[in-house]
Design a protein around this ligand. Structure first.
Ligand code: ADQ
Length: 749
């Protein structure tokens, strides 16, 4: 989508281009990889053809034209790709080096050895990640991971961050630039805006510039453009957030455009076959068209550079599968954070996009928000508090203020995306105040809110200094939904203490307003785990479950987060082996954890705790051919996950506290009805309210969990089948789809 149109019509744009491209002096600054050269699987595989080298020479030879090739590549590569003689200026390492005549020169006076310590730390990651590559430049390092298998990428990124982030703290002259499947660490003064200044220095103040690039580092160049210059982003689809005013779709289009410039300036042609299209701010044009707005802090990750559409669809979470149909039915759109940050103090303009038919509106956060709103108030105050971990809560006024202003900003973005008559559905604890700010902007139609994590009782909730303000603001919603009756009761008890609020049954009355509430347990789409679990297990999974005849398997699958109780779970497994020696050599635990990238320091703490426990238990009980615990730090696609679930005798799901926990439901769905496994479930997961036929356990008491685990492992087949039948009936009744439909029907009813 991205409602890209030609302002003033095609003709006026063509005149604009003809007048710019005929101007003398004209400076052309063009990026290399992804702009002039199509991407290849490795940096070495992307090389200019002789035709391209000729095109570059032709452009650089045009009278009245200056050409610069601006790249993140090292000098040697550019020298090899564009052998002299030619008249082009080469700019290497993002603006750290430029050619002046035959010579390279630099304005940087940093010590080249500064980056060596980082280089040797990052090297340690190469051996464990096939396909990863490190590129050393004079002052910078690029870590390429395009060829790393998809399942390893998120784990690798966390490990890169855990090395790079502390290093950057100690080296404030450097910065980290995430690119297309590459992370680069470079001196902060070495940016591509330098090339713009150099070109103006060469051509003089009368010059007009054409700036063409495709990645985030090129935005520095675009930002340095003046009003008489033209900047062009190279992107296959519209909707990218950019400071550029025009777009071309590919490196091929760029080359065709440049050939047109050569023909025009040599007067071999009077027109241009390829002209960049103008990017028009999309928002004003689309406001009235959408009738449903879904808002969540983070947009779902639907893009992946190397997966097929089918694979991507299969890997997205249940929430996307649940919301996709209602978005399609009601002509809806989903608004949220893009996952990227901007350098300035303000969020970016909205970017609009359609990914596999799903309309998405996204915004980049300023770094300050990321620190105070997201990592601060959301992750360090609300997340631990709502999960009843008051000891982990950190309260700061600055964080709260950022939370308020982020919610206010989300509300104003919402009004740019939909009209006042659209239904709005906000998701989760990041957006508690959204309804309040949206009402303030005159939104007339229904606004609903669903809380995906627990809601605590007043004894915990009122530890927040801003508790009352939050509850007052929540009275602006028409419907507030929770996974369980318990959370709803907690919410009503909190609301009952607020001045001016009356609680009548499940309804909240606040002045003229009535807020309805309800229990809407989120489910999964069971078929997705049943179909995927059928058929033979992949080699990967067979290898994992090859226990050399050592019997039974217990499986844990989680995001790595302290609420999931992973160390406690491992301890309880160790306790099982101590209390019931007959299980030694007869049972193994496989624990699969997927990193959640946002919480890097917390991840490091959790990871080392977990590794210590695994080492201790394996050392104490394991022997030459039996490893009691296998700990896998990676994510799996849905097919493999279903095969894992199906192969496990016990689904070991013991969060210390969890809003719902979909893993429990996925485990049930994937079982073979003829020989189902047993679900061992924490009583502090929201899912326990529905899944009473699981063995419910208390994850805070390791000995109790060990005994429940023993019971699960011994459960006779008739009982397993009976419990499974009952559990399957529950998860088939309230699915992801019924959840979305029920909530929206209640909201709009
Ligand atoms: P989460 O805390 O993320 O969600 P959960 O409901 O368990 O928790 O969902 C996790 C999802 O990630 C599952 O679909 C699971 O299959 C997947 N996953 C976990 N580990 C994986 C791995 N190693 N590889 C591949 N996939 C993996 C929040 C709340 C929950 C609530 C949901 C939905 O914290 O309590 O259930 O929202 O409302």
């Amino acid at each position: 989508m991205g409602r890209e149109a030609t302002l003033g019509g095609q003709l006026e744009d063509e005149e604009y281009w003809l007048s710019l491209l005929r101007h003398t002096p004209l400076g052309i600054l063009t990026e290399l990889d992804g702009t002039l050269l199509p991407f290849a699987s490795t940096p070495d595989a992307a090389r200019p053809t002789p035709d391209l080298q000729r095109l570059v020479n032709d452009l650089a030879d045009l009278p009245g034209v200056g050409l610069a090739i601006v790249s993140g590549r090292p000098r040697e590569t550019l020298d090899a790709y564009f052998p002299r003689p030619h008249n082009a200026m080469l700019v290497a390492e993002h603006g750290a080096w430029r050619t002046k005549g035959e010579e390279w020169e630099s304005q940087l006076s940093l010590d080249e050895r500064a980056i060596n310590s980082l280089l040797s730390e990052l090297r340690s990651l190469l051996s464990k990640h096939a396909g990863a590559a490190l590129e050393r430049k004079t002052w910078s390092i690029a870590f390429h991971y395009r060829m790393v298998p998809t399942y390893m990428k998120s784990g690798l990124l966390v490990q890169i961050a855990s090395i790079v982030d502390p290093w950057l703290e100690a080296h404030p002259d450097f910065e980290k630039i995430p690119g297309a499947e590459v992370v680069e660490i470079r001196p902060s003064v070495a940016h591509k805006a330098n090339a713009v200044a150099w070109m103006r220095e060469v051509l003089g103040a009368e010059s007009r510039l054409l700036l063409v690039g495709d990645d985030t580092t090129d935005e520095d160049m675009f930002a340095a453009a003046s009003d008489v210059d033209a900047s062009v982003i190279v992107a296959p689809e519209p909707g990218r957030v950019t400071a550029a005013h025009f777009r071309l779709g590919s490196a091929d289009e760029v080359q065709a455009f440049y050939r047109g410039i050569v023909a025009l300036r040599r007067e071999k042609s009077r027109s241009l076959e390829v002209v960049p299209s103008r990017i028009v701010p999309a928002v004003a044009a689309i406001a009235p068209t959408y009738r449903l707005l879904i808002l969540s802090n983070r947009l779902p990750e639907l893009r992946s550079a190397d997966a097929s559409i089918a694979a991507r669809k299969q890997n997205v979470g249940g929430l996307v599968s649940a919301l996709e149909p209602v978005i399609a039915d009601r002509s809806g759109i989903w608004l949220g954070w893009s996952g990227r940050t901007t350098a300035g103090p303000k969020p970016s303009e909205l970017a609009l996009d359609v990914v596999h038919g799903l309309p998405l509106a996204s915004v980049d956060f300023p770094q300050e928000w990321h620190r105070h709103y997201y990592n601060g108030f959301c992750n360090s105050a609300l997340w631990p508090l709502f999960h009843s971990f008051p000891g982990r809560v950190s309260l700061a006024r600055l964080d709260w203020e950022a939370y308020r202003s982020a919610n206010a900003k989300f509300a104003s973005l919402a009004t740019a995306v939909v009209g006042r008559e659209a239904t709005v559905w906000a998701h989760d604890y990041h957006l508690l105040l959204l309804g309040h700010f949206l009402r303030g902007l005159g939104h007339a139609a229904r606004i609903g809110f669903f809380q995906h994590i627990p809601f605590p009782g007043p004894d915990i909730f009122f530890l927040l200094p801003w508790a009352e303000e939050i509850l007052q603001a929540m009275a602006a919603y028409d419907l507030v939904g929770f996974h369980t009756r318990g959370y709803l009761d907690n919410f009503l008890r909190c609301m009952a203490t607020v001045a001016g609020v009356r609680v009548e049954g499940d309804q909240i009355v606040h002045g003229e307003r009535k807020v309805r509430t309800g229990v809407f347990p989120l489910g999964i789409i069971p078929d997705q785990f049943q179909d995927a679990g059928d058929g033979d297990a992949s080699d990967d999974i067979v290898g994992l479950f090859n226990t050399d005849g050592h019997g039974r398997l217990v499986l844990g699958v989680d995001r790595l987060d302290y609420t999931k109780g992973i160390p406690e779970r491992l301890d309880a497994f160790g306790r099982l082996l101590a209390l019931f020696p007959e299980w030694r050599r007869n049972v193994s635990l496989v624990q699969v954890s997927v990193p959640s990238r946002a919480d890097v320091p917390e991840y490091i703490e959790q990871r080392s705790r977990v590794e210590n426990i695994v080492g201790r238990i394996n050392g104490e009980f394991g022997d030459a051919d039996w490893v009691p615990i296998r700990y896998l730090y990676r994510s799996y696609g849905r097919v493999q996950l279903s095969q894992l679930y199906r192969a496990a005798d016990v689904g070991y799901v013991t969060p210390l506290r969890d809003g719902m926990n979909l893993v429990a439901k996925e485990y049930v769905a994937a079982q073979d009805p003829q020989k189902p496994g047993v679900l061992l479930l924490s009583r502090f997961a929201g899912a326990a309210e529905e899944l009473g036929d699981a063995i419910l356990t208390n994850p805070w008491y390791p000995e109790g969990v060990a005994r429940d685990l023993d019971r699960a492992l011994r459960m006779p087949e008739p009982e397993r089948k009976q419990r499974f039948t009952n559990l399957l009936a529950v998860i088939s009744k309230t699915t992801a789809l019924t959840w979305a439909q029920d909530f929206l029907a209640a909201l709009e009813g």
